[in-house]
Structures are given as structure tokens and as C-alpha cells.
Design a protein around this ligand. Structure first.
Ligand SMILES: NC(=O)c1ccc[n+]([C@@H]2O[C@H](COP(=O)([O-])OP(=O)(O)OC[C@H]3O[C@@H](n4cnc5c(N)ncnc54)[C@H](O)[C@@H]3O)[C@@H](O)[C@H]2O)c1
Length: 310
């Protein structure tokens, strides 16, 4: 089985690639290193079943030979990254999605799209089930990401309905773990990095906004199951950890786990920052027989260890 993974040099892509290789797949990885790094995949270059193509998926894509599965992960994922690259973000989740869907149509491949919990925007429903349509500001600074993901989802469903393509959409909720970049702006790397340096930990607003964090190993398992199970054509499935925690509690826990002398500093709230974010994962349990197994405590331990080693 040959799988194309776009965004392979990123955080999730590199871990997912390892899993596919472990399971005996041949992986063609594609990335332009916009937010990913060759370091994340350097250890895979000796593997005969891994082939890397340095390429921007916004351009027309052709791959020689069969492709059984396309997993489209390429896209800046952290708010800092997508606000630094707003137009690129919209291109990669419109033109990039179109190009990868076109390839999947040509090769008669199965197609998995990495969508995001951001399609729910400032959700008015908690936890968020897949049939909730979301509450998104279409012109705010986060819209470049949220609306691009929504557009990509619509495009996937159009290919499914018009061409009968076997598409599956993963709505990924906050995921964390080794290989996140120190300065990618996501909350766990930011807080861990500051705590390890004994610098003040920034908390936006009152810190009572909640998030739920899924450890990378669990996320990879969910994405793998979504990719290989039969009879999931056209399904949209939330993947995330439903254990909710406030940002303030998270900051305190990270200070405790790193034995840090850092204080917490409260900063003004960020525009359109959702108050609550928590996946309803009943569908993933039913269709994928999946739920996260790694606790926040365990996941933070290995993430902190990894950041210490950098
Ligand atoms: N990590 C999360 O918590 C999370 C949550 C929701 C959704 N997602 C989605 O999962 C996917 C992967 O996220 P991540 O956390 O690994 O992000 P990441 O930034 O670490 O990885 C994205 C990868 O895509 C590559 N890329 C960007 N534009 C490209 C282009 N035009 N052509 C080729 N490669 C390109 C980057 O270089 C990078 O290696 C993204 O689609 C993201 O939206 C992630």
C-alpha cells in the first residue's frame, strides 16, 4: 500500500509517517518546510519504504505509480503561524486540497483530510458534536484558518458526492507532544518553554477558557484508524481528548511539573479566542473503536522531557 502524506515534516505528519512505516506501508512524504523541519524526518531517510518530495502542494501535483491513500495534513496549524502566513494558509487549504483531491481522483485513492476543531469557531454548543455547524467569524484574524478548513471540508464532500471519492474528514482538536516547536505559539510549548526558563507564563484573559489536549500518540492512532478502516466514506469524525482543563489550571500544572519558580502573568484576551473547546468523541468511539488513552499528566511528562532535551 502506498500512501502520500502532505505536511510530513510537521509535528503530526512526522509521527503519522512513522506509524504508517511501522505498519508496513510505503510512504511518499511531501513538504515545503514552511512550518515543518527536515529534522523531524531525518531519521526516516534511510528507510527504503520512505520517499520524500520537497514540494509546495499549492502547485499541481503528480506522482508516478499507484497511490492507495492520500492524507492531506499540510497547513500552518498554530495561530502564530497562520496569522504570519494568512494567504498561504488559505491557498494550502483551498488549492492544496484541490490538488490533492485531484490526485486522489486520478489514482482512485482513499482521501483523508486533516480538518480542525476551529471549524466550530466560538462554539455555542459544548462539547462539540460533528453535526454542530459552528459559529465562525468569517472576517476576523483567525478566519484565514477556520474558513479555509471549512472550505476544504466542503470541497472534500463535493468530490465525494460528484466523483464518489472515498473521503474521510478528521476534525482534529488540540494535540501536543514531542516535535512541537518551542516558538510555534501553541499553548503547551509556550508554557513549558517559559516554565523551564523560570520566566512568567502568559495567560490571556482570565485564564478560565478551557481546552482539551490530546497526546500525539493517541492522535496518530485515531488518524491511522480513520485511514485504514473500511466503510467510512464521507464520514466526518472528531478526534481529540475530551478531558477539559482551564488554561489557568494548565499553567499551574506545568509550573508544578517543571519545579519552576515562574509566575503567571495575565494578558488581554485574544480576538475570537473560543471560551470552551471540547470534543464529543462518541462517533470516534463507535466507528473507530478509538478513544485517547494517555492522560494529560503522562503526556505532559514526556513533552516536558523532550523540551528539556532541546
Ligand atoms: N496540532 C494540532 O493541534 C492540530 C489541531 C487541529 C488541526 N490540525 C491540522 O493538522 C495538520 C498538521 O498540523 P501540525 O500540528 O502537524 O502542524 P505543523 O505546522 O507542524 O505541520 C504542517 C506541515 O505542513 C507543511 N506545509 C505547510 N504548507 C505547505 C505547502 N504549501 N506545501 C507542502 N507542505 C506544507 C509545513 O512545512 C509543516 O511541515 C494541519 O492541517 C493542521 O491544520 C492540527
Amino acid at each position: 500500500m502506498r500512501v502520500l502524506i502532505t505536511g510530513v515534516a510537521g509535528f503530526i505528519g512526522s509521527h503519522l509517517c512513522e506509524r504508517f512505516l511501522e505498519e508496513g506501508f510505503y510512504v511518499i512524504g511531501m513538504d515545503n518546510f514552511l512550518t515543518g523541519s527536515p529534522d523531524n524526518i531525518a531519521h526516516l531517510f534511510g528507510n527504503k519504504r520512505f520517499h520524500f518530495i520537497h514540494y509546495n502542494v499549492v502547485n499541481y501535483i503528480y506522482i508516478d505509480g499507484p497511490v492507495d491513500l492520500v492524507v492531506h495534513l499540510a497547513c500552518p496549524a498554530s495561530p502564530v503561524d497562520y496569522m504570519n502566513h494568512p494567504i498561504h494558509t488559505m491557498k494550502v487549504d483551498s488549492l492544496g486540497t484541490l490538488n490533492t483531491l485531484g490526485l486522489a481522483k486520478l489514482k482512485k485513492s482513499r482521501y483523508v483530510f486533516a480538518s480542525s476543531s476551529e471549524v466550530y469557531g466560538s462554539a455555542q454548543v459544548h462539547p462539540q458534536p460533528e453535526d454542530y455547524w459552528g459559529y465562525v467569524n468569517p472576517t476576523g484574524p483567525r478566519s484565514v484558518y477556520d474558513e479555509a478548513k471549512r472550505f476544504s471540508e466542503a470541497l472534500c464532500m463535493a468530490y465525494h458526492r460528484e466523483h464518489g471519492l472515498d473521503v474521510r474528514i478528521a476534525r482534529i482538536f488540540n494535540t501536543y507532544g514531542p516535535r512541537m516547536r518551542k516558538k510555534d505559539g501553541r499553548v503547551i510549548p509556550t508554557l513549558v518553554e517559559k516554565a523551564l526558563k523560570h520566566e512568567p507564563l502568559p495567560v490571556y484573559g482570565d485564564g478560565l477558557q478551557t481546552r482539551s489536549f490530546c497526546y500525539i500518540e493517541d492522535m496518530v492512532d485515531g488518524l491511522f484508524r480513520l485511514s485504514v478502516r473500511e466503510n467510512l466514506e464521507g464520514e466526518v469524525i472528531n478526534l481529540g481528548n475530551p478531558q477539559e482543563i482551564t488554561i489557568l489550571e494548565l499553567a499551574k500544572e506545568i509550573i508544578r511539573m517543571t519545579n519552576s519558580s515562574s509566575d503567571i502573568v495575565f494578558l488581554p484576551p485574544r480576538p475570537d479566542d473560543p471560551r470552551r473547546r471540547c470534543p464529543d468523541i462518541k462517533k470516534a468511539k463507535r466507528l473507530l473503536d478509538w478513544s485517547p488513552r494517555i492522560s494529560l499528566q503522562e503526556g505532559l511528562e514526556s513533552t516536558i522531557k523532550w523540551f528539556k532535551g532541546l
